[in-house]
Design a protein around this ligand. Structure first.
Ligand SMILES: [Fe+2]
Length: 209
């Protein structure tokens, strides 16, 4: 059994026990985990932002389930494929942001010519890393999304709601087309994300709240 997939499963099972509002999405991730084939060799990009901050994130993952996944990613790098995000290639205003942000794919459909280590049409799941002092402006997508904070401290906004601080171990649910924004302070952010519906939908910038 892969340590990475085992750590993802543990996060979902723990989440089911403590937050019923995320049940449908978490069960969809477990359904995806149950349907995976063998790991595939995939390309992975060397990203400056990951080289610079992933080590800091290891030290900042204070939650046991978060630490388990971060440790597993270290031990099984072939099961975690880092890429520069392709979501904003047509948005010149996002060029600087994209240099401060990395996405690691673990399972999902192949998109944009990138191979996920595990192929799935049931969920798209991976990890994002956002450098310190970076604003990820409000954006949205049709896909229903769950986040699990792995490391760092971050402020999070959903819709036009108040900004809330999130810490390792926190779960966040984004409904279809619900705008969300994240801004880091002195610490980087490492977070697990999962799309649990509409896996081929596009990400778009939302109007500022
Ligand atoms: Fe999102």
């Amino acid at each position: 059994m892969s340590e990475v997939l085992g750590a993802v499963r543990a996060i979902c099972e723990d989440g089911l026990a403590r937050d019923a509002s995320l049940g449908e999405g978490l069960r969809q991730i477990l359904y995806a985990l149950d349907g995976l084939g063998d790991v595939r060799s995939g390309a992975s990009q060397k990203l400056d932002v990951v080289e610079r901050y992933l080590g800091d994130c290891r030290a900042l993952s204070r939650d046991p389930l978060a630490q388990r996944l971060v440790t597993a990613m270290d031990r099984e790098p072939e099961r975690v494929a880092w890429y520069r995000s392709k979501s904003y290639d047509d948005e010149p205003t996002m060029a600087d942001f994209l240099s401060q942000y990395g996405v690691a794919l673990i399972l999902g459909p192949d998109r944009f010519g990138r191979r996920c280590p595990y192929l799935s049409d049931r969920a798209s799941l991976g990890v994002t890393l956002q450098a310190p002092n970076v604003d990820y402006p409000a954006h949205a997508h049709e896909a229903v999304e769950i986040y699990f904070i792995l490391a760092g401290s971050v402020e999070w906004q959903q819709g036009d709601g108040v900004w809330r601080r999130k810490a390792p171990g926190d779960l966040v649910l984004h409904k279809a087309h619900e705008p969300h924004a994240m801004r880091t302070g002195e610490e980087p952010l490492l977070a697990m994300f999962a799309w649990v519906s509409d896996l081929m939908s596009d990400v778009y910038l939302a109007d500022p709240a």
